[in-house]
Design a protein around this ligand. Sequence first.
Ligand code: PLP
Length: 431
Amino acid sequence: MEKTKIQLPIDEMPTKWYNIIADLPEPLPTPKEPDTGPSRLEFLSKVMIKKCLEQESSDQRWVAIPEELRELYVQAGRPRPLRRARRLEKFLKTPAHLYWKREDLSPTGSHKVNTALAQLFYASEEGKEGVCTETGAGQWGTALSYASCLMNLKCVVFWVRNVHDWKVDRRTLMKMYGGEVHASPSDMTEVGKEILKETPAHPGSLGIAISEGLEYAEKHEGCVYCLGSVLNHVLMHQTVIGLESIKQFNISGEQPDLMIGCFGGGSNFGGFTLPFIGEVLKGKRKCEFLAAQSLSAPNISRGKYRYDFADHAGKTPLLKMYTLGHKAEMPPIFGDGLRYSGAAPILSLLRNLGYIRTKTYPINEKVVFEAARVFLQTEGFLPAPESSYALRAMIDEALKCKETGEEKVLACNLSGHGFLDIFGYKKVLDL
Ligand SMILES: Cc1ncc(COP(=O)(O)O)c(C=O)c1O
């Protein structure tokens, strides 16, 4: 029988996260204070989890995953399979070998659980009463609600309003986990009230929701703010994806020539690729890396590499990253998790040094959702709208191989499933 699934035994699950900061060819530019206003670094040190802040600036190459947290990873279904998409290959008549990593199998439906569990584990260790956060697609808010539920902590979620309003079932799921959900901008915070005063029907943005979450944490003793992408420690927690994949490719007997991920702030892309990029930097392997984005928010594709705030209200320190501007307006798309102004500083540096290629797709999402349908009809699984961007890019590369006859090995990260996003597919594919 042809092998299509590479599974690792539980005791092969990573015991350490990989921190690429130790191996970067240039020092990572550090966060900066703006010229005016209060100290943002001091502010963050008050509202964030201490352990995460420590990890944020760590240059230790390997960071041990606490044993109790590894048990939670197992409870959430890690290690996750790497699959070969042989039926898709046949359908495309491509000589390329196509692989996909199954982050869609997480309890809440995406990779976000990998860092949510880590952050809640540390919040609980530090004696916190609760956490708060922003969410765009809703996957991060659900993952954090789930992790909070496991740790018996309160979870408050500020959810970008226009997505909050159409993802009714995901909202219910978040509430079933015990999450307290607010459409953002909300009247819970000064930032939200100010925006609503000017534009009562404001659709919201991730930048605004981050500002609201930060303000909420500042005003609620015992509540810490958690971020689901962009930051160094978040990418590091996500490296369990790539570390498992390295072992799985070794079992498969072939190695990827090109690795692809969709890219919002960069956490699933980084989690999947950084362990491989680390080996490229050391001259141990050859591989290319491709980030798939929407033209709605082409941060790492078309943004400027400069210092910018990570939130709308400018409450965070300035980060050196590819940015569209922290107040940029980005047209709504159904793959809303890709709609953020800034790209992770680590990945921005690697892009600037030429290690990451990018590809953007039109705002109407038609070609992207067509790829999701082809995948569903060949492999049988429904990707999240965001993950469909990675699939589209992998299919495009596979079709190039068909023209050139190259037998390349392509791999993409399927960052989530789309069972709670059916409405978006219905609209775009006119079903
Ligand atoms: C399923 C899924 N994939 C990808 C993303 C993009 O985020 P990141 O770039 O941090 O992986 C999101 C964000 O919400 C998501 O829900």
